[in-house]
Design a protein around this ligand. Sequence first.
Ligand SMILES: Cc1cc2nc3c(=O)[nH]c(=O)nc-3n(C[C@H](O)[C@H](O)[C@H](O)COP(=O)(O)OP(=O)(O)OC[C@H]3O[C@@H](n4cnc5c(N)ncnc54)[C@H](O)[C@@H]3O)c2cc1C
Length: 581
Amino acid sequence: MNISEHVVATDVLVVGAGMAGSFAAIRARELGAETVIVEQGKSGFCGMGARGMHQLRVVLPEDDLDAVMEGTVKECEYIIDQDYAEMAIKEMWDRFQDLLKFGIKFREDESGQIEWFFMDTYFPEFKQRCTTWEPMGGHVQLLKLKGEAIRRGVKVLDRIFIVDLLTVDGKVCGAVGFDTIKGDFYLFKTKAVVLACSGSIGPGHGMPQLTGDGWAMALRAGAELRSMEFANSVVGAGVPRVSGPFFVHLYSSPMPDYPITNAMGEEFLEKYERTRKIPGGRLQAGPPWLRQGLAMLREIREGRGPCTIDWRVPDMGNRLREYYASYFNKVLVQMKHSGITLDKSVGVLNLGIVSGQGGGIRINVNAETTLPGLCAAGIASDQLGAVSHSTLCGLAGAAITGYRAGESAAKHALAQPKSDVISAGQVNQLKNEIYAPLGHKQGVLSNDIRSGVADAWINIDIREEPRLKKAQEQLEELGKETPKLSADDPHELVKCHKVKNLILYSQATAEAALLRCETRLGHYRLDYPMTDNKNWLKWVINRQVGGELQTYVEDIPIERWKYKPEPVVFDPLEPSKKEAS
Ligand SMILES: Cc1cc2nc3c(=O)[nH]c(=O)nc-3n(C[C@H](O)[C@H](O)[C@H](O)COP(=O)(O)OP(=O)(O)OC[C@H]3O[C@@H](n4cnc5c(N)ncnc54)[C@H](O)[C@@H]3O)c2cc1C
């Protein structure tokens, strides 16, 4: 293969053209920094944003901000940085106004006002205010954001896969990657980098292009990851054969009258304090998915599986259709393609995975990482503990952290008198590593290693010490195979690097999950089923030192913050009954 070389110099490099990357680039440019976005695919059509843009959480200035704050801290089960939460809740309205300025539309009522709806949370007294993107599904909105970035002078380079960061004296000063079609080598010389290249929802689940590249790059460069045990894998429920099965069950939760039962025919959600129907109201939807998944897992674990949903109740087909069409129309399309007729079905709940989105590259309130010159945003970052389905997660969190990352990166870049001199040796070494698989004609295929990682994930998802240790062994063995990876074109080369990233972030997740000896949020430890607010108000940190992964805990500075849980150990499904000190 004939490989040309390109050198791109800029103040700020943003990796990833999703919601977080677009906001970062727009803000960096607004502050006067020369800015380039680089995207592995076609910008606007890749990543979670292109697929997942249904509702946007918003807080209005006139909302009860204290109630939102308390609700958010509780939703995040006290792992969120409360300094960030307070600031971000206030900033949500500004980012929403930015979206409106960029020409993005949200559903309106008959009088032309934005239509709000409210999602239940774990806490009956707190509901999240949401609006619906118009149209739903992200590429229309992402293209508007891209247009806005370009209009302001941001350069967008598509189909370039970033493999690694460059550092000088521990400071990030660039990145290397290659063209995913032609294979050309790209060297980016920059004063600051924003990693906004998302995370991963596991090796076998729906979005193979997202393999935690930012997490892995950050680790290799020396930055810290935080809360990786929450970054992935919520045990959930689904219907086989429907893509995105998780949602079929859980989005239909607001309709209370279809039976969700265990093998004994018991409506098991009713047995648990946190998953039962609210008197006079509806079954909780939204964030309590985590708890519903946990309840189901407990039923199966205690020998009362499988669990099923019976949709054969009068008019259920039409009611689901009406519900999904008004809110989640893609699910309808998925059902149509899969040939499932819901009102003739009994769905078997199984263990599905959806991103927990609570961990990633550790950032501070300004979206700076622990490495100078490196910022992170959106799912690539840990969003300071804003977990999946909480007020500050998802697209709102991506906009807020993206904006802050762009601002910090621009300030850092503009304060540097000149670019660092990048060592030719470092670049050459990385270049050799990037293209090495092209030289291995009889090597190992990335797909084979990927299947191995998927197997290891079964042991990471169903968490208990022997399984997690087994996963670690599996991942270590797979890691030994990666020097033999083989590729014969740029597409296969991308997959080789992605599978290496997949292994590295999976190792970080397994180590973090092994260390946290309790159950909290989407981290379910079968051997430690209690939530432990006495001993586990801690963050788990991963870092790579000399190529070795180190994992350790750090106390959450809860004493400094307003909202503190009772220091008790309790069953997360039945807290009111089984609290024990
Ligand atoms: C099915 C689904 C439904 C969802 N629904 C909602 C919802 O209704 N409301 C809500 O608030 N949130 C929702 N979410 C979550 C939301 O979509 C994400 O939180 C948000 O889009 C994250 O934005 P991001 O910019 O961090 O990442 P992404 O949108 O994933 O963007 C990251 C970009 O980086 C690129 N990239 C990755 N690796 C590299 C690399 N090595 N080199 C170059 N580029 C790279 C990717 O191709 C991608 O374009 C949903 C998610 C899913 C999967």
